[in-house]
Ligand binder design. Sequence first.
Ligand code: HEM
Ligand code: FES
Length: 475
Amino acid sequence: MKANLELLTAGQVNNRDEVLPDHNCTVEYSSLGTTITVDDPGMSLLEAAVKNRIPHMQECGGNGRCTTCRVKILEGLQNVAPRNGLESRMAKRRGWDPSVRLACQTKINGPVRLERQIKTFSEISRLQEEMIRAGKGEEKQLAILFCDMRNFTPFVEGNMAYDVVHILNRFFSALGEPILMNNGLIYQYVGDEIVGVFGLESSDNMQNCLAAMRAALGMKAALEVLNKDLQQEFGIRLEVGIGVHFGPVIVGKVGHPSHQQFGIIGDAANVASRVQSANKELQTTILATDNFLCQLPRGTARVGKAEKLHLKGKGAATQLYELTGFDKEDDLFLVQKTTGALFSEEGAFANAFYECLFAMAPDTQHLFKGSMERQGYLMGHMLKGAIYALSRPKNVTLGFRELGRRHAGYGVREEHYLVVRKALVGTLESRLKEDYSDRIRLAWERMFDLAFQFMKEGAAGGDKPAGDPQKNAGK
Ligand code: HEM
Ligand code: FES
């Protein structure tokens, strides 16, 4: 008996994968330059991060499904408990080396230094590529989007290289966001062209085309916002042509063995590119093929011009439709369209929200114990992340349930949700200014109600399915 106890001294791992406490269980975040202490041996790295208010991606709320909480252990791997079954399966499927660990599944028994691997929404989007294994081609049905910048050549010729690259990067960044918000992958940039693909990890063709449609319309809206600034700063207005198509392609990792890249090969990609070019001839901004539109539920898209055109390399003429909007307003699209403006200034949304909340309900102030600056950052980041994650409904549901469970621990009760909802809507109005409308408010209210519904379920410890937030948000 004594021998057994000696074997399980502090900081060791027993044969049931349990970790015993060590007097020095610390986590150093390499890029943050912050070190935290894990004072509870049963605590995962993610739980320790949340407790210490370290910003950490956790789309599925620590359920071991999204992999966004992954970290790379830079030092102290010997102090990390072995992978559990869930994490082992995940690591094998994705080909991780032993230093890559899921923070939500990992416990430690001594000091470690680590780096969070996913810090941006673009990095989340790239996780889709990871499931495509080297050397294995796969046929997939994808929605493919090509977006080409028009009238940029005269600007390139007459301006300094610095300005040209600056504008290109602003263009890519503003127009890339709608792809990322819709679970699309920014596949590549070709000159001043962006290519996005939708459907790498899901075979729900209808949702994938809906996502591509939201992205295409979102890019057009984002360009309008960008043009206001470019007009003022450089006296230019950019225009785009966007083509969307749906069809089969082969996806795989291709290239020299030392430099393999994710690639898409197939006629559908060529067609999408040519559809994009056809905008010049038809003098349109967004064109979709028949094949794309017929994946959507009847009455989803509002179309303008309809033309049959001979696309280069195609024998028969292709039926094309000008895509002008949603036939019936789409909540998720409206929320996405206004997200950029709401979160354009770091911390501004959260500051305005807490000001509004504490003015409306001063008694909620005592619930907040830590730094309000840190709190504002975490809250704003989580809310923005949830909007991006709405296109991955299963993860976001789990994430909000877990957030609700934690909030019950912070003393948040049913009645607080009502006043927070009011304060959030008040903040929307003050931040969106002329972009605010009753329809925009309704779309956001439905989003908040859904989030609160999941949070309350989490707080109640309920596990009843709350439906698909994507479908609900689109109502
Ligand atoms: C859209 C819904 C909400 C989001 C996205 C959100 C987000 C967050 C985040 C990210 C944190 C940091 C800690 C953690 O991750 O667990 C937090 C803490 C907290 N939130 Fe929320 N929250 C929401 C709703 C609410 C509501 C309805 C209340 C009610 C007053 C509330 C009150 C608090 C309090 C008291 C804390 C702890 C602050 C502290 O300890 O200093 N939150 N929230
Ligand atoms: S896998 Fe860890 S938070 Fe989702």
